[in-house]
Design a protein around this ligand. Sequence first.
Ligand code: PLP
Length: 426
Amino acid sequence: MSTIMEMSKTTRMIELEAQHGAHNYHPLPVVLHRGEGVYVWDIEGKRYYDFLSAYSAVNQGHCHPKITKALVHQAEQLALTSRAFYNSALGEYEQFITSYFGFDKVLPMNTGAEAVETAIKLCRKWAYEVKGIDENQAQIIVCEGNFHGRTTTIVSFSSDSDSNKNFGPYAPGFISIPYNDIEALKSALSQPNVAGFLVEPIQGEAGVYTPADDFIQKAHALCVSKGVLFIADEVQTGIARTGSLLAVCGNCSCENKCERQNTYSKPDILILGKALSGGVYPVSAVLADDEVMMVIKPGQHGSTFGGNPIAARVAQAALEVVYDEKLIQNARKLGEIFRQELNRIISENDLLTLVRGKGLLNAIVVNDSPESKTAWNICVALKNNGLLAKPTHGNIIRFAPPLVMTEEQLMECIAIIEKTITEFTK
Ligand SMILES: *Cc1c(COP(=O)(O)O)cnc(C)c1O
């Protein structure tokens, strides 16, 4: 007779979630219990390389001591005041983050989706009050394959049926164009009442779709010429992940002098989340200059938790770590090694079609249909060999380790991937 006591801890934890939690995720069968740097340990004590980094939230590595210390210290002092009062951490953080990214103002929120919603609201208000579009007519151009979060408005302009089927009626005001298609953007921009272009510099969720090298620069220039806000969703690509501070920096790995680089396409609205806290706390932010940000007046937008003292201290520490530990340079260097090695593995094996990405945001495409279980099964095999990654859209596997990884660790991971792929074909 099988009782609950006889099950492994792993099975027990998975059973608990299955019985009592909504089934809105399909996790790999591993129950994580502890993390440090590039490693996580499961409840049985087995160690893994984390090659997802909580969808690029943990760029600074798990339980980074400096970030954890900021969290604990502030939690013991003052956690939440709401914005009904000032708090002694927020102003300093706002000064820090605006100078870090080179914008006049920041609007602090908590999750990525909230920050995207904030950007949409800002863009529309700017359209009516500064650009002069007739009320309720503003259109925002978005891209097919986008992922901007899970709210009702955001899923309204998703092209993924899992994301939006039976969640209608959908919010109007969005024009969808193919990604990485400058001609389509040109023609959409010639439609009336266009206020903004909302874009991911690399489409992470869609499978690390990496556009042409000059797509972002050209799109930015077109938006400037049309007086349309260029809105960059860097929730996943930002904060050193792609080998520059922001993916819109292009091939610039400078530290904080971005505006002087001709590869930099400065967004009118920049959306950040995920690694803004190093993954220890939900912190997101919208950055813009005064012409855009100052259209929002007291009482017109907000969040009970947005800008709370813990979030402010944690985000500041998380951003400091990026420069302290040269994560931009490391992501760039290791990314090149990773793609070079993966290309070698791919050339020796027909289980994989290609590798693509930038910095340490990469994906491999498995040589099988998106409906097949192959990518999932490869991820299970990788897990058994000590490396955690997750398929996205059926036959694509995203590889996004923490940026604090060393070259030696990366080579060990590549060996795990190679061994897994080679054995898998047998
Ligand atoms: C993850 C993500 C979001 C949503 O962030 P949440 O914190 O999950 O709401 C938005 N945009 C992009 C590009 C993302 O990767």
